[in-house]
Design a protein around this ligand. Sequence first.
Ligand SMILES: Cc1ncc(COP(=O)(O)O)c(C=O)c1O
Length: 369
Amino acid sequence: MNDFDPLNNLFPKPREEIINMHSYSAPLENRRNLLRLDFNENTLGPSPKVLEALQAINLDEISIYPEYNLLKKFLCDQYLDSRKFDNDEIGIFNGADAAINAIFNCFGEKDEIFLTTNPTFGYYSPCAEMRGMKKITCSYVGENFLFPIEEFREKIIKYNPNLIFICNPNNPTGTVLSAQEIINLSNISKESLIVVDELYEKFNGDSLLKSIDFEKTKNIVIIQSLSKTAGLAGLRIGFTFGNKSLIQYINKVTGPYDVNSFAITAALAALNDKSYVDNYVLEVKKAKEWIFKKFKSTRIRTHFSGGNYFLIWPNKKPNTLIQQMREKGILIRSMENKQDIGNSIRVSIGNKEQMRFFWNIYKELDFIN
Ligand SMILES: Cc1ncc(COP(=O)(O)O)c(C=O)c1O
């Protein structure tokens, strides 16, 4: 009898890859009204202009299929101060997750190699498993989790991977790889597509997007989204940037109206209020400095690098601390299933006031002296 159907074949057997794959599960319920330092979201919410724009939406926007031209035009001309993009170099998705899935749909061949680092963002693996790909990973180097550049290079040469994912900065280690290193990697094998997940680049400022020429470098695609900085995680909006033909292929595997009108309206309002996002990023950077100094004066092991998050190895058992923090109104994230950092907790960084609140409770619960 098949595992998939204990009631005896009441529905068709799913593909073998789906039966064997691990689900991506995230504890996402009952998070309202708590200080959410568990998913690296914007902790203050979007610009007030986003709410105004959503409240002003008229009925047509609800009854008619969404249109993307205005947002596309904005992305081409104004997304970055330093450069413009061609319309065909951009894809719009229902969050970065949908972009990731679409890339695997487009390029992930059964039995081909998917190369990434470990630990890294958890959604890449199920996407690779769904396509029956073989996953190969490189661990980060040393106590500071440096990028395993030599091993990565060797593995590209040895396995000629179909798809390579670099999370930059990496979630959860914060590890940053320079734009030039990524370009160098893309020159090793033109048959490998390198996907650079830049969800957290604004907290570092070393985005490849500023300098890459997609006419010259055809085998890199960059993902960004408005979840972590602009505060639109609930509305789901993400982008891909790449060579025109490549983007065309990725667009082929997405539905024509996958991104809804509310997300488009909110994205335009959020992007138009650039100073709001810039100020938020600045606040987070200041708060990071502040909390870094607080931990420095203790014996607690921490790891601070890129991104709006850091790792702590608490005195207490991580799950005990996580539960106690929750009871005090603060959510933080266990890393128990992550290689090399299994005893740590990831804490997202909000503004200074929020980090002070976190610190006072953390101190009380984890006995720092
Ligand atoms: C590295 C990374 N990529 C992608 C995502 C998904 O982002 P989005 O909300 O845009 O789907 C996340 C969310 O946590 C992330 O950390």
